[in-house]
Design a binder for this molecule. Structure first.
Ligand SMILES: [Ca+2]
Ligand SMILES: [Ca+2]
Ligand SMILES: [Ca+2]
Ligand SMILES: [Ca+2]
Length: 464
């Protein structure tokens, strides 16, 4: 698998004339500058407990991924934590679930969520939990011979999951993938995904207003039916049922982050709005990808994404059905940064974009996961190459995203292994919980020698 990925990266590099491949990112810069700490008074220093492996197969024995569109594959409910990912321990990719009932000190056995008995593949799950503790999971599923969006829920805290339900309502064999899921306190579940039923990639959505028993007719979210590429959505729904969505959008012939909302439960959507503020003429061709959206307690809408405005990288559109690995590797090239914007007027306007990573170098930052709690704490996690290999970093805001404390490294391994695809969630006290894909137990990857074939693990950390 690694060889294939490297080949793709080389091909992309040749095609785009870009020479700054991942190998060139070991710039030897220190992890962070000394003496620039700017912790807001209301935030204690951000430190983490020892990392824990939560995938329960033999370490580094299979490949796994914690990727979920929008970076929402971890959820918290009281002292209980839920995480989902996919791995190949059964010889084909399945969705797995783990639960901790003690705030992350220990996790129970991993549980498979998909109920097919074939060798079909299940990918990229997202998770949510409502105020009653009902757990919702959506993922991409190949059991019908093409990519579809499937769903299950658990009303017993994850002991059992419901019979799986297909959410996309098209007939035929079109690609559906990269689902993202959000729930609100009254048991609405919103699922959006990339959908090729019209012959190119659109964003589609469905909504359940009965705790996941039934779902609405699918609706297209993007308002430019002629344009080619829309992918990687992230959604949120507030207590009143207003739905918010962001995604990466190629309507301007380069990737931008677009946003919309729905006041009628996902039947209709507002005019789509661009969130990134780089000017179209100067650097406006820079790709913005991988949005993650969350809601604050006072109606704040926060969005984090990966941004190439400080980099020479261009990223062509690609069919989601075949281009995901290319896209993942391209997202990790150049001087990609994590950018952030917030809206306090319901998405009518967004703030000036803010760069969240505080490294002085030109390393890549990619795949942000944004979350907010009911007290207005915002956290954003991402994968970060400032130390030469991929690490997980986190930045936290005490004030709904107005200001952020310094970046903190989350993973505690000493080697050169890569850590990928974080998801973060916050409890009411502002404690952060994260999962990610970790190669530290891979004896080749931990020495910087590659070797995905040896496998990787799902790791977890919580902040102090
Ligand atoms: Ca399909
Ligand atoms: Ca752009
Ligand atoms: Ca960067
Ligand atoms: Ca690392």
């Amino acid at each position: 698998m690694k060889l294939k990925v490297i080949l793709w990266v080389i091909l992309i590099g040749i095609a785009s004339g870009y020479a700054g491949l991942r190998i060139a990112q070991s710039d030897g810069l220190p992890a962070r500058q000394a003496g620039v700490e700017t912790v807001p008074a209301s935030l204690p220093p951000l430190t983490f407990e020892s990392n824990r492996r939560i995938s329960d197969y033999e370490a580094a024995h299979y490949w796994t991924h914690t990727f979920s569109s929008g970076g929402h594959s971890m959820a918290v409910w009281g002292d209980t934590l839920y995480a989902v990912w996919y791995d190949v321990r059964n010889g084909n990719a399945d969705v797995f679930f783990a639960r901790s009932v003690d705030g992350g000190r220990t996790f129970g056995p991993n549980k498979r969520v998909n109920d097919d008995t074939t060798t079909s593949v299940q990918y990229k799950p997202g998770i949510g939990v409502d105020a009653q503790g009902t757990i919702y999971v959506a993922w991409r599923d190949g059991r019908k011979g093409n990519a579809d969006i499937f769903f299950a829920r658990s009303t017993d805290g994850g002991k059992t999951f419901s019979k799986n339900l297909q959410l996309n309502d098209d007939r035929g064999a079109a690609y559906q993938g990269n689902p993202t899921l959000a729930v609100n306190s009254k048991g609405w579940a919103v699922v959006a995904w990339t959908d090729a039923r019209n012959g190119k990639d659109d964003i589609y959505m469905t909504v359940s207003k009965d705790q996941g028993r039934t779902f609405s007719t699918n609706r297209r979210v993007n308002d430019d039916p002629e344009a080619t590429d829309h992918s990687h959505p992230s959604v949120a729904v507030d207590a009143q049922g207003v739905i918010y969505a962001a995604w990466e959008d190629f309507r301007n012939d380069n990737f931008d982050i677009y946003f919309t909302k729905s006041f009628d439960g996902g039947a209709t959507f507002s005019a789509n709005r661009r969130v990134n503020d780089d000017p179209p003429s100067a650097g406006g061709s820079a790709p913005q990808i991988s949005p993650s959206l969350a809601l604050g307690p006072s109606g704040e809408i926060v969005v984090a994404w990966s941004d190439f405005r400080n980099s020479a990288v261009t990223m062509p559109p690609h069919p989601s059905a075949t281009g995901e690995e290319q896209h993942w590797e391209a997202a990790r090239t150049g001087n990609a940064d994590i950018y952030f914007a917030r809206s306090t007027d319901g998405g009518a306007t967004f703030s000036a974009n803010l760069r969240l990573n505080d490294d002085p170098g030109t390393a890549a930052q990619a795949f942000p996961s944004a979350t907010a709690n009911a007290q207005g704490v915002v956290a954003v996690a991402w994968e970060d190459f400032r130390n030469g290999d991929a690490d997980i970093y986190l930045a936290k805001s005490p004030d709904g995203g107005k200001t952020f404390g310094p970046n903190r490294r989350v993973n505690d391994d000493a080697g050169k292994a890569d850590q990928y695809h974080p998801s973060v969630t916050l409890d009411p006290n502002g404690r952060a919980y994260l999962i990610w894909t970790d190669e530290r137990n891979n004896r080749f990857a931990s020495r910087g020698l590659g070797g995905d074939d040896e496998g990787d693990d799902v790791y977890f950390a919580r902040s102090n």
